[in-house]
Design a protein around this ligand. Structure first.
Ligand code: MG
Length: 203
């Protein structure tokens, strides 16, 4: 199983990161060891002093495919959830300045906490999915799938020109504006269509 993450997929977030919006999706990957399931504690790693949350819609691939046309992409996924693309922002900034890959900032152990529950897209309006993140009870991020620069079908079409997508692969679709730091003791709660999907304490 692989985890593919899209960067700069919300205009307001690209702005807050002072990043250019790209003409094609920007993606990077996390290993399967990045997954942390809801219910387990999240431990802040020692190698960062600027750990940021990025709450994102996560789609699960349900069918193997390569070179998937955008118009057929909807046949390759059926469920969505939310997760956090944890980012060691200080390390990422250093990588960006040196033109290096981002893995040390993004792909570390348990850097992708995710809800254990997926919502079937047939049961909701799949073209209009809202989500939000609360930190210590206060809403810090709100997003909607309609605000994505590249929608999930375009993302799947693009990624699958480079690699085979397999059943169980996860696609983190980028974060809306409002990213920020967490410190030990903070509690993060994620909501999808108003339903609480996960709760993690930073330890
Ligand atoms: Mg992200």
């Amino acid at each position: 199983m692989k985890i593919i993450c899209i960067g700069r997929n919300y205009a307001e977030h690209a702005k807050e990161m002072k990043a250019q919006v790209s003409e094609t999706p920007v993606f990077f990957m996390k290993p399967d060891t990045a997954i942390l399931r809801n219910g387990y504690d999240f431990y802040k790693p020692d190698f960062t002093n600027d750990l940021h949350y990025e709450c994102e819609l996560v789609y699960r691939i349900d069918k193997v495919g390569k070179n998937i046309a955008e118009k057929f992409a909807h046949k390759y996924y059926a469920a969505v959830t939310i997760g956090i693309d944890f980012t060691a922002r200080d390390l990422q900034q250093n990588c960006k300045e040196k033109g290096l890959p981002w893995e040390i900032a993004k792909a570390w152990e348990h850097s992708a906490p995710i809800s254990t529950e997926f919502i079937e897209l047939s049961k909701i309006d799949a073209s209009n999915i809202s989500f939000e993140l609360k930190k210590n009870g206060t809403v810090v991020q709100q997003g909607n799938s309609t605000e994505m620069i590249f929608n999930i079908d375009q993302i799947i079409a693009y990624i699958s020109t480079f690699m085979t997508l397999k059943k169980g692969d996860l696609i983190f679709t980028g974060t809306p504006a409002g990213v920020g730091p967490v410190v030990i003791g903070d509690v993060l709660e994620g909501f999808l269509e108003g339903k609480k999907m996960f709760s993690f304490q930073v330890k």
